[in-house]
Design a protein around this ligand. Structure first.
Ligand code: ATR
Length: 291
């Protein structure tokens, strides 16, 4: 009963996740289960969309009240908002959009940053219990972000806000440079990253789709280059163990799965969509059952 259309009535709050492709998304499983357990009268659909602008225009007068955004539409989504949260504006991408009940305006937010940074901090605290809860364990660390799209921007802004020294590594140098300049960081190409090892104990975050199912033999950085990293995060969550994370673990690094970012984002979005505290254990269980 993933999409139980029989439950839809005049008061049902309709939500969806906008992406392309969208078939792999676990979001409908999570959100529908969360809505049900909270007794919230809502439904959440996968929305395969080519043009975000056309979609939003087509459904502008409908009762869609909330959207999540995924690859490749997080930047296009920003253009379709009536109002944008300041952090999302700085990042240049949104991860969710909510229709304000009072006037129907579409409000854009970015919670990628909250989910991913929280997951990395939690893992760093676990591997180094000495850090007091008030200070970010990312402070002062060299934090390498691969990719300069929506997720890359979110991680770079988040890392900078936590006091990390940010390096943006991207296939296209110009995009890395633009982002690095905004966060006071350094830009390099993905090719240069192979020989980039200024110090030990660096932190790596992959935000590209390289290694995502079905191309699971691909990896953004070869194993030889992973030895200097103490922690590696991959935003990809299908598969859970990307080649990058497998090889990072073989090199002795702590690994943080894309599922952790996704789970943390889901907590925030469920709370924004429903106004109720997220059922955290249920969300973890549903994701475990559907991975
Ligand atoms: P998202 O919003 O999820 O971050 P995106 O905006 O489409 O997605 O960004 C994709 C990022 O992955 C970009 O940084 C892209 O690099 P380019 O700026 O050079 O396009 C990167 N990317 C995608 N496919 C890649 C590949 N095969 N090799 C290296 N980088 C890749």
């Amino acid at each position: 009963d993933l999409y139980n259309f029989r439950q839809i009535g005049v008061d049902t709050k309709v939500h969806g996740v906008i992406g392309n492709p969208i078939g792999h998304s676990k979001s409908p499983h999570l959100y529908n289960a969360a809505f049900k357990s909270l007794g919230f009268n809502g439904i959440y659909l996968p929305l395969m969309v080519d043009s975000v602008a056309n979609f939003i225009k087509t459904y502008s007068s409908t009762d869609f009240v909330g959207y999540s955004y995924t690859i490749p539409h997080k930047e296009a989504g920003l253009e379709c908002c009536d109002e944008i949260d300041p952090i999302a504006k700085e990042i240049g991408a949104i991860s969710c959009m909510i229709r304000r009940p009072t006037d129907g305006k579409l409000m854009g937010y970015n919670v990628d940053y909250l989910g991913a940074i929280a997951a990395i901090e939690e893992a760093l605290r676990g591997s180094n219990g000495a850090t007091p809860a008030s200070a970010s364990p990312l402070a002062g660390k060299l934090f390498v972000v691969i990719g300069a799209g929506g997720a890359g921007k979110a991680l770079a802004y988040g890392g900078n806000e936590k006091g990390a020294r940010v390096v943006v590594a991207n296939r296209t140098y110009e995009k890395a440079k633009q982002l690095a300049d905004k966060v006071g960081g350094q830009a390099i190409t993905l090719v240069e990253l192979k020989d980039f090892h200024p110090e030990e104990g660096m932190i790596l975050a992959n935000t590209t789709s390289v290694g995502m199912k079905p191309r699971m033999d691909d990896t953004p950085l070869p194993k030889e280059a992973l030895k200097r990293y103490s922690l590696v995060f991959d935003a990809i969550y299908t598969p859970k163990w990307t080649r990058l994370l497998q090889e990072a673990q073989e090199c002795g690094a702590t690994v943080v799965f894309g599922t952790e970012m996704f789970i943390n984002q889901a907590f925030v979005q469920v709370e924004r969509f429903t106004g109720l505290p997220a059922p955290k254990q249920l969300i973890r269980d549903v994701l475990a059952r559907n991975t």
